[in-house]
Ligand binder design. Structure first.
Ligand SMILES: [Zn+2]
Length: 305
C-alpha cells in the first residue's frame, strides 16, 4: 500500500456516526476528567456524546513535568470519574491523584495492561516505561479496560459506550495495519529512531526500530555533555540521516547534537516534529490519538528513507 492509500483509509475512519462528541459542556451528562490530551481523546471516542470530557493538560504539554494548578484540582474534584495514564507518567500529580482516589472513581489506563507487556526500566525499583500508547496492540487493552470501568460506573450509557468502544478498537486495528504497511517501505537497517526523550521504545519494539532518546524515559533528567557526545558518535557511526524533535520537549539539546554532527562533517537533519506525550492542536489530524500515531509514522518513514 502506498502513502496516499493509507492516508485515505485513515481519513475515512474518522467519520463514525453516533460516536463523535460535541465540544460543549452539558450539565446533565456525567463528566470524566482525563489527565492528558491523549487519554481525553480516547475517552471522547469511546463514550460518543454521552459524557463531558475534560483534559487537564492541553496540546503540547509535557506530562512528566506537569503540576496540577488549583483550577485543575477543582476540575478533578468536580468530575464524576478521573482517568489517568499511570506508571508514573504524571509524576508530579501522583499525590493529587492518590488523594482523589479515596472519594472518587480514579482509573489508570495502565492497570488494564498485563504487566508482562509493560517495559521495565529498573525492575528492582518497579520503574516502568509509561509511554504505552505507542504500542497500539497493548494500548487497546487499556482502552477496553477503561471502557469497562466507564460502563460499570455509568450503566445508563453502557450500551452506547460498548458500541463506540467496539468501533474505536476497530479503528485502532486499521491504523495499526496502515502503519505496518507504511513502515514496510523502510529498509530494516534504516530503522533507527533518535528523538529528544525516550518516548518511542514501545513503538520501536512493535515496529523493529532501534530507539535512542537523548534525555531518557522522563524529561525530568536533563541531558549532559557526555550524552550529546555519545549521541553524535552513535549517529555518525550508524550513518543516521535524520533525528526527530518532539512537540512536548524543548529542541535545544537535540539541536546541539545536530551541531556536533555537522562539526564532524556528518550532515544530519531534523526529520520533522513527532507528537510524543501530547496531541497536536485541536482540529488537526495530529489533534487525535490515531491521527498523531499515523502522522508520526509518516514523518519517521519520510525522514529515514
Ligand atoms: Zn515522555
Amino acid at each position: 500500500m502506498n502513502l496516499k492509500t493509507s492516508v485515505s483509509i485513515f481519513t475515512a475512519l474518522l467519520v463514525i456516526p453516533g460516536c463523535s462528541s460535541p465540544e460543549n459542556r452539558e450539565s446533565q451528562k456525567p463528566t470524566i476528567t482525563a489527565t492528558t490530551s491523549i487519554i481525553a481523546d480516547v475517552v471522547r471516542n469511546i463514550t460518543g456524546d454521552k459524557v463531558n470530557v475534560i483534559s487537564i493538560m492541553g496540546a503540547g504539554v509535557d506530562p512528566h513535568l506537569y503540576k496540577a494548578s488549583q483550577g485543575d484540582v477543582q476540575l478533578l474534584q468536580e468530575a464524576n470519574m478521573v482517568i489517568y495514564n499511570g506508571l508514573h507518567l504524571e509524576g508530579k500529580m501522583s499525590e493529587v491523584l492518590e488523594k482523589l482516589s479515596h472519594g472518587k472513581t480514579v482509573v489508570a489506563v495502565s492497570d488494564g495492561i498485563d504487566k508482562k507487556f509493560v517495559r521495565t526500566i529498573n525492575s528492582d525499583a518497579n520503574v516502568y516505561d509509561p509511554h504505552i500508547w505507542f504500542d497500539m496492540k497493548i494500548w487497546r487493552e487499556g482502552v477496553q479496560y477503561i471502557s469497562g470501568e466507564i460502563q460499570s460506573k455509568f450503566p445508563e450509557i453502557a450500551t452506547e459506550v460498548d458500541s463506540c468502544t467496539r468501533n474505536y478498537l476497530h479503528q485502532i486495528d486499521s491504523v495499526q495495519t496502515a502503519c505496518e504497511q507504511l513502515i514496510a517501505e523502510l529498509d530494516t537497517q534504516k530503522r533507527i529512531l533518535i528523538t529528544s526523550h525516550d518516548a518511542f521504545e514501545y513503538f520501536g519494539r512493535r515496529f523493529g526500530f532501534t530507539v535512542r532518546g537523548l534525555q531518557g524515559i522522563s524529561t525530568l533528567s536533563e541531558s549532559g555533555l557526555k550524552d550529546v557526545t555519545d549521541m553524535v558518535n552513535y549517529i555518525i557511526t550508524n550513518k543516521v540521516k535524520s533525528v526527530f524533535v518532539e512537540n512536548s520537549v524543548p529542541q535545544k539539546a537535540l539541536r546541539s547534537v545536530i551541531d556536533g554532527c555537522n562539526a564532524k562533517g556528518w550532515d544530519v537533519k531534523v526529520g520533522g516534529e513527532l507528537f510524543s506525550d501530547a496531541l497536536g492542536a485541536n482540529g488537526t489530524a495530529e489533534g487525535t490519538y490515531l491521527g498523531m500515531v499515523e502522522f508520526n509514522v509518516r514523518t519517521i518513514v519520510k525522514g529515514l528513507k
